[in-house]
Design a protein. Structure first.
Length: 141
């Protein structure tokens, strides 16, 4: 079991990072050997046990998704963007908790930890694949 005080959780209610008030236990972190796809993430979430985690990106997510500051090809940026978006949707649905773990300056591991649900794997896959992100609420100027 991995305990790490450097994990930051993304709170699904408002999207703001919140410092870990205690130690977070990760029972198992799966790091895919091949590039993870959006469908692969959905399948992993549907089949994962509660408390297990997957690393869905390593780097600096904001920069790596950016057209202006990323050195990555368009296709790779799009893959990273769709993974991050689907991970956020899974968080909004209450299927995962999202964390980032600092590796070095401007270098993080992005993790999705499976949470508890009464849904069966086929229902989870369906919900994840059809769900769209919740609209953002912008304050009027």
């Amino acid at each position: 079991m991995l305990y790490n005080n450097d994990l930051i959780e993304a709170n699904r209610s408002n999207g703001e990072p919140v410092a870990d008030a205690g130690r977070i236990a990760l029972h198992s972190v799966y790091v895919p050997l091949q590039q993870l796809t959006e469908a692969g993430l959905c399948d992993w979430i549907a089949g994962a046990q509660v408390g297990h985690a997957i690393q869905y990106h390593e780097g600096l997510l904001l920069r790596d998704r950016s057209e202006s500051s990323s050195g990555l090809p368009t296709k790779e940026r799009a893959r990273i963007h769709s993974l991050a978006r689907r991970a956020w949707i899974a968080c909004e649905l209450g299927l995962v908790h999202l964390f980032s773990q600092k590796v070095d300056d401007d270098h993080y591991r992005y993790l999705a930890m499976r949470s508890s649900t009464t849904l069966k794997p086929p229902e989870i896959r369906t919900q994840l694949r059809i769900a769209q992100p919740a609209p953002t609420r912008h304050k009027p100027h």
